[in-house]
Design a protein. Structure first.
Length: 335
């Protein structure tokens, strides 16, 4: 199943890479937004499925990166956009670190979720009173930069160049996240999620590891926010609201929290439903809610979990049938 999932994801990335060749500019814009949302959802899944922590205000860290990029691009501070991305990612990780240091010493579970939700709404209120951040209207008409790299430049004013820049940066971030979660630290986080007390007995510093996971997750979310801003060319308080925080949670449940690639699948399904029902007010939410209800009741492990179970069942049937045939052949030879 892991190999099949990798082939499927590789196929989806190929589809994203070929998108500028086969779709119009409107669909290409949606594809770019989907890429940033995939990275955002994967960052939340790192926190939930690997560290065992639930944040209902994860959009705050996405917003830190988004508003950092928006400020530097809108007010033209002359900083290379790669440095802006680095700064936004650092600030998002730093904000997550401060929250983790304060909150994780005292609470986890449902209380942590409620506190992060309150933080999200506090951030919305602060932005609403800040003229520098555009108040309730946000920061519109953000210019796309020319990204100066070592040997060449990427002119993000050109939609195709901007799209491929976002695609490459997203793929690099996902690969880095995958390597991190499938290595030594990922195994320790899984052990901590399954049984914190036993993990601590075996020498895992549970609190430090939770702070680390929260910080890294916030950094990846902020990175996604930085990539979104020059593509969308606008950032509003909705970016940090609880509604945006709910998107990676829904995508993870829909795609499958037990798999690294679950949020990837969930975001694509949700985006496809939203696009196909764009002309029917409220139908998108109704269909996504219905899909989630069906998944929770019939396939708690999500879409990927359901596919894994079907593949395993089919493999078991094949093995049993092969065993029966072999047994019959053996009995015939003996007779």
């Amino acid at each position: 199943m892991n190999r099949l999932a990798l082939f499927a994801v590789a196929g989806l990335f190929v589809a994203f890479a070929a998108a500028p060749l086969v779709v119009n500019s409107g669909l290409l814009f949606i594809a770019g937004i989907v890429l940033t949302e995939i990275l955002f959802a994967l960052s939340w899944n790192m926190l939930f499925s690997y560290a065992g922590l639930a944040s209902f205000g994860h959009a705050v860290f996405f917003g830190v990166g988004a508003y950092t990029a928006a400020i530097f691009l809108k007010y033209d501070y002359g900083l290379n956009f790669m440095l802006v991305i680095g700064l936004g990612t650092f600030l998002g990780g730093a904000a997550a670190f401060v929250v983790a240091m304060i909150v994780l010493r005292r609470t986890s579970g449902v209380t942590l979720a409620i506190l992060t939700l309150a933080l999200s709404q506090l951030m919305v209120t602060v932005i609403g009173y800040s003229g520098y951040l555009g108040r309730d209207d946000g920061i519109p008409s953000i210019p796309r930069p020319v990204v100066q790299l070592v040997v060449f430049a990427v002119d993000m004013r050109d939609q195709i160049q901007a799209y491929y820049f976002i695609l490459i940066m997203t793929v690099l971030a996902i690969v880095l996240m995958w390597l991190l979660l499938n290595g030594y630290l990922g195994r320790r986080m899984k052990a901590m999620r399954l049984d914190p007390e036993r993990a601590a007995f075996l020498g895992v510093d549970v609190w430090r590891l939770r702070v680390f996971a929260f910080t890294i997750s916030g950094g990846f979310a902020a990175f996604a926010g930085c990539l979104m801003v020059p593509w969308a060319q606008i950032v509003t308080p909705a970016t940090v609201s609880w509604l945006h925080s709910a998107q990676p949670m829904l995508a993870t449940l829909l795609g499958g929290a037990a798999s690294f690639w679950g949020p990837f699948v969930g975001v694509i399904v949700m985006s496809a439903v939203g696009y196909l029902t764009r002309t029917y007010a409220g139908l998108s939410e109704l269909l996504i809610g219905t899909c989630l209800l069906i998944v929770v009741l019939l396939a708690p492990q999500g879409i990927l979990g359901l596919l894994r179970r079907r593949i395993v069942d089919e493999q078991m049937v094949e093995d049993v049938a092969e065993h029966i045939v072999d047994s019959a052949r053996t009995e015939k030879e003996i007779a």
